[in-house]
Design a protein around this ligand. Structure first.
Ligand SMILES: [Zn+2]
Length: 121
């Protein structure tokens, strides 16, 4: 899991265009209800960001608006790419209790990831 601290956002913010794009790609790999996944990606906000700027974000889905996804835990989907400086990274989506909770970036060479890759995932 993400090893850095996070800082809470108050109020929560919407996903950036890049975050949304990445999330769509990650979610497309997940087996489960497409409707539920689509709902969650539309009703999600960023509630925490990595305090050192690696790009990892903690998410909160509006649980009133969307049902939970069955049988999901841990990190069901990941993709490989490069960050904006060309460093190799893995991006993972984490679910807990059937709801999307985090987009995590891990730099594969052990360095610090610096943000999400645009479209090379
Ligand atoms: Zn981080």
């Amino acid at each position: 899991m993400h090893g850095h601290g996070t800082r809470q956002l108050s109020p929560p913010r919407s996903l950036t265009t890049v975050e949304r794009e990445i999330l769509r790609k990650l979610v497309a790999e997940i087996s489960g209800s497409v409707e539920v996944l689509d709902c969650q990606t539309r009703h999600v906000k960023v509630i925490e960001e990595c305090s050192v700027g690696c790009g990892t974000v903690a998410l909160a889905v509006d649980e009133e608006a969307c049902p939970s996804l069955d049988n999901q835990g841990g990190a069901p989907s990941s993709g490989l790419g490069a960050d904006e400086h060309g460093s190799p990274i893995e991006v993972l989506s984490h679910f807990r209790d059937g709801y999307l909770r985090m987009i995590e970036l891990v730099r594969l060479d052990g360095g610090l990831a610096r943000g999400l890759p645009p479209a090379h995932l």
